[in-house]
Design a protein around this ligand. Structure first.
Ligand code: MRU
Length: 341
C-alpha cells in the first residue's frame, strides 16, 4: 500500500517489497501518482524530467539507479568498466546536485569485493540505507537549525527544500517544520520559484499538509517584504556547497542573499553533509545545469512568449559565502572552510 500524503508519509521515493516507487512531482499538487521504476534508464529519465528532484532526494535516486542498473551488468566479465559507465550516466543526469554523485558512489563503493551473485541484493540494501539515513540526517539538522529560531519567526524560503526534496523530512523546510513541531509560532513566505514553480506547487503543498501558516509570493516581492520588516530569517537548501562556503542552489537564491544582507536579515543554508563537495574549492568550480528554454517560454506546455523568442534558463545560481550567516547541517552549525569531519 503506497503512502497517501500526510505529515508522516510526505516523501518522494519508496522501496516497497523490492520495488522502487517514485511520487511523480510534476503532477503535484493536484494529482498523487506513484510510478514503479524498473531500470536505471527509467530512473535517469525520471531525474532528468524532474519526476524526482531536490538534491538529497536525488542522492537517494542515484543510489537506487545504480542498484537497478546492476540487474543488467552484475555478472559481466568487464564488471568494473560497466559499473563506471553506469555511474557516469547516472551522475550526468543532473550535474549540479552533489548528492546525486554521492548517493551513486555510496552504492558503487559498497559493492566492491562482493560476490557477483550477491551484488544486486547488497546494492539495494545500501540504497535503502541511504534513504533511511537521509531522513535521520534531516531531522538532526532541523533540530540544530530550530535552536537558531525564536517564536514568531517570519521565514522566507525559495524552491522546495522540504520532505519532497529529501527522503522525507526536509532541510530548510525541515528547520521550519521542527520549529512548528516544537510549538513555535511561525509563518512562511513561499517564493513561487520561476520557472518550474516548485515553491507554489510543492512547498505550499507541504505547508498545507503540515498545517504551517504560509503565504505564496512571486519571486520579485521579496525586497518589498524585507523592507516592510516582514521577514525575520531567510532559509534555503543547497545543491552543492564548496569548501569556501560558496553555495549553489535554485536560481534566485543569490538575489535573496543580497537582499537579506541589505536588510540585515540572517540568511541560512540548511543541508545534509552529502551536499558538501570537499573536492570543489570555490563556487566557480560548481557545474551549473542549464535547462530547456521552454521551461521559461511555456507554462503547462502553452507558449506565453511571442513565437520565436529566446530564453536563458540556468537552473541554479551560486551565492558567495560572505552572504551566508551559517550552514545548518546534521553535524552542527558550521562555517567555512569545510574539511572532512
Ligand atoms: O531543480 P530542483 O527542484 O531539483 O532544485 C531544488 C533546489 O534548488 C533545492 O533548494 C535544493 O536541491 C535543496 S533540496 C533540500
Amino acid at each position: 500500500m503506497l503512502p497517501r500524503l500526510t505529515p508522516e508519509t510526505l516523501c518522494p521515493i519508496q522501496y516497497l517489497k523490492g520495488e522502487v516507487m517514485l511520487l511523480d512531482q510534476r503532477l503535484l499538487p493536484h494529482k498523487v501518482t506513484w510510478v514503479h521504476i524498473e531500470s536505471s534508464d527509467a530512473m535517469i529519465s525520471a531525474i532528468q524530467t524532474m519526476m524526482i528532484r531536490g538534491a538529497p532526494a536525488l542522492g537517494v535516486a542515484g543510489a537506487f539507479a545504480i542498484a537497478l542498473g546492476l540487474k543488467k551488468i552484475y555478472a559481466s566479465h568487464k564488471f568494473k568498466i560497466d559499473l563506471e559507465i553506469l555511474g557516469a550516466h547516472v551522475i550526468a543526469s543532473r550535474p549540479t546536485a552533489r548528492n546525486l554523485a554521492w548517493g551513486a558512489h555510496e552504492v558503487m563503493m559498497g559493492i566492491q569485493g562482493i560476490d557477483p551473485n550477491h551484488r544486486i541484493e547488497k546494492a539495494f540494501s545500501i540504497a535503502e540505507s541511504v534513504r533511511v539515513d537521509d531522513v535521520k540526517r534531516c531531522k538532526t539538522l532541523s533540530e540544530f537549525g530550530s535552536a537558531l529560531c525564536d517564536d514568531q519567526e517570519n521565514f522566507l524560503t525559495i524552491c522546495n527544500a522540504g520532505a519532497l526534496a529529501t527522503a522525507g523530512y526536509g532541510s530548510a523546510v525541515g528547520v521550519i517544520r521542527m520549529c512548528h513541531e516544537q510549538g513555535k509560532k511561525v509563518h512562511v513566505w513561499v517564493s513561487e520559484t520561476r520557472p518550474r514553480l516548485q515553491g507554489v506547487k510543492l512547498t505550499a503543498l507541504e505547508m498545507k499538509t503540515l498545517g504551517i501558516s504560509h503565504t505564496i509570493i512571486t519571486d520579485s516581492m521579496a525586497a518589498t517584504l524585507m523592507a516592510q520588516g516582514s521577514v525575520t530569517k531567510v532559509i534555503t537548501g543547497a545543491d552543492r556547497i564548496a569548501v569556501n562556503g560558496d553555495t549553489a542552489n535554485k536560481i534566485g537564491t543569490y538575489s535573496l542573499a543580497v537582499l537579506a544582507k541589505a536588510h540585515s536579515i540572517p540568511f541560512y543554508i540548511a543541508a545534509p553533509w552529502s551536499t558538501f563537495d570537499l573536492a570543489c574549492e570555490r563556487g566557480s568550480g560548481i557545474p551549473i545545469e542549464e535547462r530547456s528554454e521552454n521551461e521559461v517560454l511555456k507554462i503547462h506546455n502553452e507558449l506565453i512568449s511571442p513565437e520565436g523568442a529566446k530564453a536563458f534558463n540556468p537552473a541554479f545560481d551560486v551565492t558567495p559565502a560572505h552572504l551566508i550567516s551559517s550552514f545548518i547541517t546534521e553535524k552542527g552549525i558550521l562555517s567555512p572552510p569545510f574539511r572532512s569531519l
